[in-house]
Design a protein. Sequence first.
Length: 279
Amino acid sequence: MGLCPGRAVEDDTTLNLKRRARLQNMRRLFPVTDLTPADHEEEWSLDALADAYAYPEQDGPWLRANMVSTLDGAAQHDGRSQPISCESDMRIFGTLRGLADVVLAGAETVRLEGYRPARAREAFAARRAAAGQGPAPAIAVVSGSLDLDFSLPLFTEPLVPTLVLTGAGAPAGRVEEAHRAGAEVVIAGEGSRVDPARAVRELADRGLKRLLTEGGPRMLGQFVAAGVLDELCLTLSPMLTAGDAQRIAGGPSMAVPERFALTSMLEEAGFLFTRYRRS
């Protein structure tokens, strides 16, 4: 799977500072209503962000992606997305995790980033309880080969058992090792491949309907090509990098581009925080 590292790991000190901070210079550019202040500036607490990024009310699953890109289309710089991100982007990143039932990540992202279990955050505790969610989202690792280090805390110390999505042809020894580590193995494809549409169905059947993918680009490209991505939360960074960095989605192209509609746009310090939904 592809890699879009750098936005997934924050230490407690950083998170605590961000909980106390408020985004006082953020503007809502779209949609603008009669109730929007003339200068469009609002004070954005974590609660306000959670309201703005709430999942739609529906019976079936909803898969959203969260990515960042420069003006010239780079999803990372020097192999990481952190250099093209900002504090407000990280707050939105944390908010999206706080709203999700499950966070999907590609195996390469997990290997190189040292993914850790999602933690319960007090700021979202009441909201999650009211929605019938557990204290923290589960992490679901997508891997056909199961070439993963099952001694990592992601598998041995999660608050919610980590899921491993793989194909029916995954090596039996690796499947057994995943089970011994405490992971729940979910068969979501034939052979060694994970079928994106089946992965979404399998997670929804387990009651995990608010889905969030954080990449990497190759995995996101597979979700796009399969037509199962419902929403893209894209931060547009006011930077240019040139070079040959990955785009936010990779893999084979679609025969016909799929149209998404802009549903909201926030701005701060030149960064645009956009939401697009399937038309």
